[in-house]
Structure formats: C-alpha cells, structure tokens
Design a protein around this ligand. Structure first.
Ligand code: IPD
Length: 277
C-alpha cells in the first residue's frame, strides 16, 4: 500500500461511503426527477447533492486539482483531461435504477495524473460493496482480491451492455442488432443491469466475461477501467485500438481474445466525444 496518491485514495474511499449513505437513504424517499439529453437521461436532486458534497470536499482538500463530474458537465462544464491531477466523478451511476428503486446504484470516483488513471473507487450503495483499484496494486471488493474470468470463447461468454441515452429509431436498431450479433455468435447471454460502472465491476470480479457500450461517458468508465486492469482484464476501444476515455465507447473483457471478438462483432454507434461538447 502507500504510494504518492495515498491521501487522495483515502479521501475517495471516505467520500464514496458517505455519498452511498445519502443515496441509500434517498432511495426509498420521494424524488424530483428531471431529464437531460433525452427523455431516458434522468437526473434527481440527490445526484446534485451528492456531486456537490464530493466536489466541495475534494476542492477544499486538493485546491490545485481539476475535476470532471457528470452534473457539472450537464450544466456546461468542459470535460478535458489535462496532465494535472484530475478527479472524474459520477455521483449516482444508475440514476434510472435509483428513480425506480431498482437496487443497482453506485458512486464512482476515478483519479488520473498525467492523463493516466491512478485509482478508481466504486461503491455499490445498496449491497454496500466497495470496489477499489490502484495502479500496480491490484483490485479489491471489500478487501477481497478481484480476478477477471479467463474465458476466450465468445460462445461461452456472459456479456453485459447498457442501452445508452439515445432512443431514436436508428440508434435503437443498431443497439438491438449489436445484441443480436453477439447472440448469433452464441453468447450465453447479454444482460442490461442499468449501471455501467457496476456492470464493469462484474467483469472485474469474473462474474461476467465481457462488456461493451456506445454512449457512456468518461465518468462511467474512469474508475472501472483501473479496477478491471488491476483485476487482469482488458479495456479497449470498440475499434480494437487503445481505450480513449473521451470517445463514449468501450469494449472490456477478461481476456484480449474475448475483447477483440466482441469489437469485431459490433457496428459503431456514433455518440461524439465528451471533450468536444
Ligand atoms: C448511465 C447508466 C446507464 C448507461 C449510461 C450511463 P448515469 O449513468 O450507467 O446504464 O447506459 O451510459 O451514463 O446517468 O445513471 O450516471
């Protein structure tokens, strides 16, 4: 343990747990729901409260650091990853689940320095599972080491994905046809659990073999990427090239073979870039 970013990592863990408490309590209460980029892209008061808590605390403790956060971005803040230490925060991942009280909701806090991800903390609020990954130091869930599955055969794979916010007919057609391609290739199943970060944690834990998505954002991906890599997995672009955190698309798997098979099967859905909005 230890390392130069120890204090930051400890702060992320404490804040994720505190945020999780607020979210757990709010889950059963009445919610005021608004929409963002589409009728299926939701935000609640709790998203704002939790994001403000996390950002205020971190800005006070680490005044020279930079921040990328979901609700700040929705309000027009730019998403740029510079070499400065940068926090990448999703206050509630799975807001739609949260609104419906479907108990798959997480807080995600990632941290990058020199444009390289240093650590990720994801807290499954209702199951009280804390996932952590630190570069070079492994990935854990509540203290237990995580290890990805070694599956290389798509016809033996359990694959996870998320729908993404757009629901126009052309996007939906591509989304469904990607799912169909994987099922044709013999995948055991394709699941949609409503939280990109928790789906990615299943991959890190070896309880699923692959994940892909178009239309996710850097705050859905940053923390989970460190956790998956430290659990021995691969996170790449849907083109088969290296991951681009800002490209709104991803393939991740326990093995490179599996990731490449998924990437090859997919048709691209173009969601633009987080750093060009
Ligand atoms: C969203 C959820 C959803 C996924 C989206 C994410 P949010 O995060 O993870 O399942 O399809 O891509 O942006 O808006 O609930 O933080």
């Amino acid at each position: 343990a230890g390392g130069p970013w120890e204090e930051c990592f400890e702060a992320a863990v404490q804040l994720a747990l505190r945020a999780g408490q607020i979210i757990r309590k709010a889950l059963s209460e009445e919610k005021r729901v608004s929409t963002k980029t589409s009728a299926a892209d939701l935000v609640t008061e709790t998203d704002h409260v939790v994001e403000a808590l996390i950002l205020q605390e971190l800005q006070t403790r680490f005044p020279s650091h930079r921040f990328i956060a979901e609700e700040a971005a929705a309000a027009g803040a730019k998403c740029v990853l510079t070499p400065s230490p940068t926090w990448i925060v999703d206050p509630i991942d799975g807001t739609c689940n949260f609104v419906h009280r479907f108990p798959t909701v997480a807080v995600s806090i990632g941290f990058a320095v020199n444009q390289e991800l240093e650590f990720g903390v994801i807290y499954h609020c209702t199951e009280e599972r804390l996932y952590t990954g630190r570069r070079g130091q492994g990935a854990f869930c509540n203290g237990q080491r995580l290890r990805v599955s070694g599956e290389t055969d798509l016809s033996k794979a359990l694959v996870l994905t998320e729908i993404g916010p757009r629901r126009d007919p052309a996007t939906l057609k591509l989304f469904l046809s990607n799912m169909e391609r994987l099922l044709h290739a013999g995948a055991h199943g394709v699941r949609v659990i409503g939280s990109s970060t928790l789906a990615l944690c299943h991959l890190a834990a070896g309880t699923a073999d692959a994940y892909y998505q178009f239309g996710l954002h850097c705050w859905d991906l940053a923390a989970a990427t460190v956790i998956i890599r430290e659990a021995g997995g691969v996170v790449m672009d849907t083109s088969g090239g290296p991951l681009d955190l800002m490209s709104c698309r991803v393939v991740a798997a326990g093995t490179r073979e599996m990731a490449v098979l998924i990437a090859q099967a997919l048709q691209t859905i173009n969601y633009g870039r987080d750093d060009e909005r």
